[in-house]
Design a protein around this ligand. Structure first.
Ligand SMILES: Nc1ncnc2c1ncn2[C@@H]1O[C@H](COP(=O)(O)OP(=O)(O)OP(=O)(O)O)[C@@H](O)[C@H]1O
Ligand SMILES: Cc1cn([C@H]2C[C@H](O)[C@@H](COP(=O)(O)O)O2)c(=O)[nH]c1=O
Length: 223
């Protein structure tokens, strides 16, 4: 496999503690080993201004404003992130791996937060324009297992439960369904991966689907 002839945008989605950052890091190691410039980032966040909005959103300070206002703040963070980090990286041919993106807004603020679909579509369009992930890996896991994993990690880091982790069981069950619905609506873009498997097996499955979708096709095109 050669270096990247074309930048690719891969997002990782799913509920709390499903292993998104673990798997993003593993895929980045694989891609860098293939000689590909790989940028890793996250939402909300990824740029200094978007990280400031992340603190406001995850601390719960924006919650009293309501879910529509939270959706607008996620979109504001995304505008800066896309303009200053994601689009420039893709333009120079780097691959961008992003921990959560617009599907999280669709699931958390849309399916679970009750913000109208048309409103979210307008916000999404304003934030991302024509940008769309080339691949979205949806990590699927029972929410009780994901929340338990997230709690172990959080306690080890001495952190408090955040605004969205603190939602009730019904919210987290509904999120799982919402991500599976997104995958069913856009099967060309989204791949659902069983996140209940050991991390090495999940990493292997993701590597295989990325290689098959992009790197093997690229190698054939170059022959
Ligand atoms: N397949 C796995 N099996 C068991 N534990 C795992 C697995 N993948 C990740 N973990 C552990 O679960 C915890 C959460 O993983 P990680 O931070 O990657 O999840 P996340 O989806 O990014 O979480 P969040 O939604 O809170 O950002 C970590 O302690 C990680 O080591
Ligand atoms: C992008 C995005 C995120 N969220 C929520 C989902 C999570 O609870 C937090 C992010 O924390 P993580 O540890 O990095 O997963 O924010 C959301 O509600 N809407 C969004 O668009």
């Amino acid at each position: 496999m050669t270096g990247a002839e074309k930048g690719r945008f891969i997002t990782f989605e799913g509920g709390e503690g499903v292993g998104k950052s673990t798997q993003l890091t593993r895929l980045a190691e694989h891609l860098r080993g293939c000689g590909i410039e790989t940028v890793t980032t996250r939402e909300p966040g990824g740029t200094p201004k978007a990280e400031t909005l992340r603190q406001i959103l995850l601390s719960g300070r924006a919650a009293p404003l309501g879910t529509l206002a939270e959706a607008a703040l996620f979109a504001a963070a995304r505008i800066d992130h896309v303009d200053r980090l994601i689009a420039p990286a893709l333009s120079r041919g780097a691959w961008v791996l992003c921990d959560r993106f617009a599907d999280s807004t669709r699931a958390y603020q849309g399916a679970r937060g009750g913000v109208e679909r048309q409103v979210l579509s307008l916000l999404e369009k304003a934030a991302v324009g024509e940008l769309k992930p080339d691949l979205t890996v949806i990590l699927d896991l029972a929410p009780e297992e994901g929340l338990a994993r997230a709690a172990v990690r959080r306690e080890a880091a001495g952190l408090r439960v955040d605004r969205f982790e603190a939602e009730d069981d019904g919210f987290h069950e509904g999120l799982r369904r919402a991500f599976l619905d997104i995958a069913a609506d856009e099967p060309e873009r989204c791949c659902v991966v069983n996140a209940a498997l050991p991390a090495d097996e999940v990493a292997r499955a993701i590597r295989q689907l990325v290689d098959a979708r992009f790197l093997e096709a690229q190698a054939h095109a170059a022959q």
